[in-house]
Design a protein around this ligand. Structure first.
Ligand code: FAQ
Length: 308
């Protein structure tokens, strides 16, 4: 079969809704796109532990501390599932981690913002995990089997994360004036960055057309962003919080919530490394890697000793 015929057969399988497994024939570009996307996703889960990890020692009580430790640990697990799914292409986790530590890899823009107060932890669970669920529920139906299967389990855990975050938000929103002010301030700071998580607008998204043709992505960045806004507006109303957007308005014709302009200049600044926390995040990952060298050496020595 010629390359062209193989490509046509592959597209037929995709169009018929078949799931692609690692040993199946696939175009090099399909593999390349998935390695790009999955490695960025895995890195996001690992770097995503840092903003919340920042509050573990300062959680307001034991119950909150236990839930937060479990959540941060879950994010590490998500990173590992996705690195493993990427290994099914023969790309090692080490290679991907090296790219992250060398500053050559992308991870989600959202994790380059600081967590200034305890309310940020609630708002991350509500908005950031909420946005991740909208995106990942789609990816659970993606055409590449190992990624889709990782997403099913991850989404179950993210749902728990979202609920614990919303509960923190609801508690603060029903608390003292100081607590209400604190949680509203956190919503004001995290709203736009959460919308940016879905990626650039469709007309400025170079990868979308190919990813959608191959059913890696089943919905566009803008469609998912709209779904997130539609789901979140009633949740904000339920806890008497205001989403910081004067243009937010229900559109009777479309049945969706219209929203104001997103600051895409800021998005690209953050993606290119000039966000508030980019340098600190990379430093934290590099330090962790360096400080963990003895664990890797011990594991290797143990494995060598027990080889037979
Ligand atoms: N940040 O052509 P497109 C989580 C890049 S959830 C940074 O539209 P695509 C859970 C993009 O890579 C967060 N870069 O790209 C959690 C591309 O650059 P490249 C992670 C971004 O792939 C919660 C360029 O812009 N989730 O971690 C971003 O079609 C709480 C052009 O963009 C995922 O990664 C961004 N926001 O669509 C953890 C989900 N957006 O590579 C801890 C999987 C775009 O060409 C605590 N990924 N870029 O140089 C996806 O669904 C997609 O890759 C998108 C981007 C939607 C992110």
């Amino acid at each position: 079969m010629s390359e062209e015929q193989k490509l046509q057969e592959f597209q037929k399988r995709i169009d018929a809704g078949e799931i692609i497994e690692p040993k199946d024939w696939m175009p090099e570009k399909y593999k390349k796109q998935l390695v790009r996307m999955m490695s960025q996703h895995a890195h996001s889960e690992i770097v995503g532990m840092l903003p919340e990890g920042n509050w573990i020692t300062r959680a307001p009580n034991l119950r909150r501390k236990m839930a937060l430790i479990a959540k941060v640990q879950d994010e590490a697990g998500h990173g590992l599932y996705i690195y493993s799914a990427t290994e099914s292409f023969g790309v090692s986790r080490q290679e991907l981690i090296d790219q992250l530590l060398e500053g050559k890899a992308k991870y989600s823009s959202i994790f380059n913002y600081p967590t200034l107060t305890w309310a940020d932890i609630g708002v991350i669970g509500w908005l950031v995990d909420g946005a991740a669920i909208v995106n990942q529920t789609m990816l659970a139906k993606s055409s590449f089997g190992p990624y889709a299967r990782a997403m099913i389990r991850i989404c179950k855990e993210e749902n728990f994360h979202k609920k614990q975050g919303f509960e923190i938000v609801a508690t603060l929103a029903d608390g003292t004036d100081e607590q209400k002010t604190m949680v509203q301030d956190a919503v004001n700071r995290w709203w736009q960055p959460s919308l940016m998580m879905f990626g650039p607008p469709d007309n400025d998204s170079p990868n979308s057309a190919e990813l959608m043709r191959w059913k890696v992505k089943l919905q566009s960045n803008d469609d998912l962003r709209q779904r997130f806004v539609d789901l979140t507006v009633p949740q904000a109303k339920a806890v008497n919080l205001t989403l910081p957007d004067p243009d937010l308005k229900f559109n009777e014709e479309t049945g969706h919530w219209d929203f104001g302009k997103i600051d895409w200049d800021e998005f690209w600044r953050v993606v290119k490394g000039s966000g508030q926390m980019n340098k600190a995040r990379l430093k934290a990952r590099r330090d962790a890697h360096k400080n963990g060298a003895w664990v890797r050496e011990a594991a290797e020595a143990y494995a060598a000793k027990h080889k037979n």
